[in-house]
Design a protein. Structure first.
Length: 325
């Protein structure tokens, strides 16, 4: 089978398409024939040697969100069968024609969702749900600021905020096209954080009060300003640092009864499996009811994995970037 690997850290060009043996599922595992692989920004960082969300090791083979058909099941697997259409997140060896995963980690692909859209469910979808519902605990009528609002996770968060009854959804991104995209998904207010004074625009839009929750994944100055934009008893949830910098938070900035919380989906998966399972049910309900609709920006062939990473690093995508074997 074909698989994408890299034998050094560096630019997207280090990614290479190779031939290898098709793996065989062990006990509790399944073999999936891949239809689509969702590309996550964390894999771009690990390709550079940055250990984000897991170790960066060599040789490396990016993980991702894999949608496809169950080709073979290992011993003890009874919750899925050969021929089932499923989707799952894998930590490595995900850019491949066939993928091995634990049977317990699978979603059934909902009716009316194609393979590319389905790749938004495991890592982006569950991350978005738990950031906004489990960590931020957004309540009906509350206001929320979402940074990177046009990205693979951000565009889901905008829709989830609406589905959860947010009183005001403020979407922050860079460029007019991304802001228009976020508005089309239900954002009430859009601001360009590439422009000076963007934070004051958010403050003005909230009547000077600030937001009840800020969902932040950019880092750097964007994170610092997001913390300062939360209202008294507001919550900032930090779930990434796409800009590569996580600044220190000044304790004085949170004395106004503000909460700053870091979030890891893998931590929820390992420590709170019951919360993870409930989140999966809620996420699937949002998708099957049409309240949340994953958007695929581009589908590229597996051999163009380097181009997919270049697209991600250009920050130009609106929604999901997908590889198709």
């Amino acid at each position: 089978m074909r698989i994408v690997r890299h034998h050094e850290f560096g630019a997207p060009s280090v990614l290479r398409l190779e031939e290898t043996e098709t793996p065989v599922p062990g006990p509790g595992q399944v073999l999936i024939r891949t239809e689509a692989v969702g590309v996550n920004f964390a894999e771009c960082q690990r390709r550079q040697g940055i250990p984000v969300g897991g170790p960066a090791t060599l040789p490396g083979s990016p993980g991702g969100d894999v949608a496809g058909v169950v080709e073979q099941v290992g011993d003890g697997v009874d919750r899925v069968a050969v021929g089932d259409r499923v989707v799952t997140g894998v930590a490595h060896d995900g850019y491949a024609e066939y993928v091995i995963t634990q049977a317990d980690w699978l979603f059934a692909v909902p009716e009316g969702i194609d393979a590319g859209q389905a790749t938004s469910l495991p890592i982006p979808g569950q991350t978005a749900y738990h950031v906004i519902a489990t960590a931020a605990k957004l309540q009906p009528g509350e206001s929320v600021l979402i940074t990177a609002a046009a990205g693979g996770i951000g565009h889901l968060l905008v829709q989830m905020a609406r589905a959860l009854g947010a009183g005001q959804v403020v979407a922050a991104a860079r460029g007019a096209e991304k802001l228009a995209f976020a508005a089309s998904l239900g954002a009430d207010v859009t601001v360009d954080y590439g422009e000076d004074g963007w934070d004051e625009k958010v403050r003005a839009a909230t009547g000077g009060r600030g937001v009840d929750a800020a969902l932040e994944t950019v880092g750097g100055d964007i994170l610092t300003k997001s913390v300062n934009l939360t209202a008294p008893f507001g919550r900032t949830v930090v779930y990434g640092a796409a800009g590569g910098e996580l600044p220190a938070i000044d304790v004085a900035d949170i004395f106004d009864n503000r909460i700053v919380m870091g979030f890891s989906m893998w931590g929820v998966m390992g420590e709170k499996p019951d919360v993870m399972a409930e989140g999966a049910r809620e996420l699937l309900d949002m998708v099957t009811s049409g309240r949340v609709r994953p958007v695929v920006h581009a589908e590229l062939p597996l051999k163009d994995a380097a181009a997919a990473h270049e697209l991600m690093e250009s920050r130009s995508q609106l929604g999901r970037v997908v590889l198709v074997p």
